[in-house]
Design a binder for this molecule. Structure first.
Ligand SMILES: [Fe+2]
Length: 394
């Protein structure tokens, strides 16, 4: 049994997978598996990644014929009932967030058996899981850096969170994202943008009560990563969406999304993600779209307690005028986030997701139970979140 990191009362725990970043780093896969003692890996990917030729590119140089398991988009508990019946001793995940999350669950089942539902929740994994190498093919969720897998159970998105689920090694190769379709880049990149902003402006770690997971609030180790991630993602997002083959934009977005994943998996997130999980469960729309629809409501809700931080971010990103006072600069940040969202055509409100005034109760109720998110939100989340929710339904 592993020891939980000790956080709270000013203590900070910081965890990250061993990471290699850069074009071509997947050529390190054979050596990496060797070092982890993996002779017979199970490759978790999906048909889209395979048919785009990205799987071959990632496994190029691997001198064995691995067994392949195809992940579904946004996996549910039942998707793990028919894993390949062969001897494997490790997992290589090649794909977007759903593939990487699937790999974490598979690595757990390989080591401990049972069913996926046995491990839903926090700290339910009884011991080390199968060695896992994560190779992201999108720039968004940052799942290669995190300790959480999102799995649906009875139609509700649930988290499986445990420090043991953090992949051993992340090979982050921006070349694998060249040519990714525009809408995938727009949705996943927006997720990375919100990860960096919410982790940077999360509740301070000294004000988060100790909890059995590393979502401990923004802290001196996570903030520099969040800030760097925000600058990289903000600078590259629109260009990567406009031209999927732009090498520099792809590199920045890839690095930024990885740093954001590393930061938020230690610091936590906030109201934008809590609202997005809530409306995601209700509409089934992709995570990136739900975040975009939740953005204004979440940022406006937190504005009273994060005015100075938003103003500071606006100045750093160069979206406020030097002469702006705090209120003006904070407003400039919100305006810039909305401009970014609108520039790529993502939904701007819950109404844009097809929800209406009658859905307010359910959204509020589902948001208040997002423990994982609201404990690190800078403002105590209560019934008063109804006000921005109602506005986003108009
Ligand atoms: Fe996210």
């Amino acid at each position: 049994m592993h020891d939980r990191p000790l956080v709270g009362e000013g203590r900070i725990a910081f965890a990250t997978p061993e990471t290699e970043f850069g074009e071509g780093v997947t050529d390190r896969l054979p050596e990496t598996l060797d070092r982890l003692g993996v002779d017979a890996p199970l490759v978790v990917t999906d048909r889209g990644v395979e048919s785009a030729g990205v799987l071959d590119a990632a496994l190029d140089g691997l001198d064995l014929d691995p067994t392949v398991h195809y992940a579904t988009t946004e996996p549910s508990v039942e998707d793990f009932e028919d894993l390949p019946d062969v001897e494997v001793d490790g997992v290589v995940a090649v794909g977007g967030g759903s593939c990487l999350d699937t790999a974490k669950v598979v690595a757990t089942l390989l080591a401990h058996g049972g069913t996926a539902s046995d491990y839903l929740g926090v700290d339910k994994v009884p011991g080390p899981v199968a060695p896992t190498v994560a190779i992201p093919t999108t720039s968004g969720t940052g799942s290669q850096a995190t300790q959480t897998a999102v799995v649906s159970f009875d139609g509700v998105k649930r988290g499986m969170s445990d420090e043991l689920l953090r992949p051993d090694v992340a090979l982050v190769d921006p070349a694998l994202t060249h040519g990714l379709p525009r809408d995938v880049t727009a949705r996943s990149g927006f997720d990375a943008f919100v990860h960096s902003l919410e982790s940077l402006t999360a509740r301070d770690h000294t004000q988060v009560e100790p909890r059995p997971i590393n979502y401990q609030g923004a802290n001196p180790i996570s903030r520099p990563l969040s800030r760097q991630a925000l600058e990289l993602v903000h600078g590259a997002y629109e260009q990567a969406v406009a031209d999927g083959d732009d090498r520099e934009a792809r590199r920045d977005l890839s690095l930024g999304s990885h740093l954001a994943g590393t930061a938020f998996s230690n610091a936590g997130l906030g109201a934008v993600h809590a609202l997005a999980s809530s409306v995601g469960g209700m509409t089934g729309r992709p995570h990136g779209e739900c975040l975009a629809a939740s953005l204004t409501a979440g940022l406006r809700y937190n504005l009273p307690v994060r005015r100075e931080e938003y103003a500071d971010v606006a100045q750093t990103l160069g979206v406020a005028r030097p002469e702006d006072d705090t209120d003006e600069a904070a407003e400039a940040l919100i305006a810039e986030c909305e401009r970014l969202r609108d520039s790529v055509g993502l939904p701007g409100s819950f109404a844009d997701l097809g929800l209406g005034p009658d859905d307010a109760d359910e959204i509020v109720e589902n948001t208040l139970i997002q423990e994982r998110r609201i404990k690190t939100n800078p403002r105590d989340v209560g019934e008063d979140i109804r006000e921005p929710v109602v506005r986003a339904l108009e």
